[in-house]
Design a protein around this ligand. Structure first.
Ligand code: PRP
Length: 209
């Protein structure tokens, strides 16, 4: 059995459709229930839905052989896994954003609100800018609106959340997309099936460009 951690939610459904086209279908996954584990003995695959930010943990520790995680999570947590393929879905950018018209006067540490503290620290360290990091777990856009922070470092996809909250992009600095990742130790004895999955997915993602 190939154990696959899928990110729960909209991206996960797209990812599952790709895996199905790649020959790793599991029809029971389409049942609308609260089950978290689905398997198909015929195709030799077992899927589990996990919180997107947890996929890399399941894979790093070998509870899943492979999984699909956003490049944002891989950059933030640097899990010790193989990054096998860019699936070219879930495309967005990591960006700095602020209230429209914001100028950094550099008179004091810049207050930066984010879920991605390591990425934000790296970004500002490269620019030699002192920051005061404020770690939040969601609705990051609220921080500059309420004066909790000067800027945010967050994911921008369509830009709608920023626009609707009168914020604007200061700089887009890293393109993000979904990546196929694999556990290093499990790869040694499941390498063949993982390679087959990777080849099939690669053929599909090339086709879909
Ligand atoms: C993400 C991100 C932005 C939004 C960007 O939030 O943090 O808020 O999507 O997308 P857009 O540019 O298309 O508007 P998510 O939905 O993951 O929820 P969160 O607020 O809990 O982080």
């Amino acid at each position: 059995m190939l154990n696959v951690a899928l990110p729960k939610g909209r991206l996960g459904e797209k990812v599952y459709d790709l895996f199905e086209k790649a020959g790793f279908g599991c029809p029971s996954i389409k049942e609308n229930n609260r089950k978290l584990v689905f398997e198909n003995e015929e195709t030799g695959v077992r899927y589990f839905w996990v919180k997107p930010s947890d996929v890399a943990i399941y894979v790093e520790r070998g509870a899943a052989d492979v999984g699909v995680a956003g490049k944002d999570i891989l950059l933030e947590y640097r899990p010790d896994v193989y990054e096998l393929l860019d699936l070219k879905i879930g495309n967005c950018h990591m960006a700095v954003a602020a209230k429209a018209g914001f100028k950094d006067e550099r008179k004091r540490a810049l207050k930066v609100a984010t879920k991605f503290t390591n990425i934000a620290k790296g970004y500002y360290a490269e620019r030699g800018r002192d920051i005061d990091i404020i770690h939040l777990n969601g609705s990051i856009e609220l921080a500059p609106i309420l004066g909790l922070s000067d800027v945010i470092v967050d994911i921008v996809e369509t830009g709608a959340t920023l626009r609707e909250n009168k914020l604007e992009v200061v700089e887009k600095f890293v393109p993000i997309s979904a990546r196929l990742i694999a556990n290093k130790a499990n790869f040694k004895f499941k390498g063949q099936i993982v390679e087959r999955l990777k080849q099939e997915l690669a053929a599909l993602t090339e086709k879909e460009i």
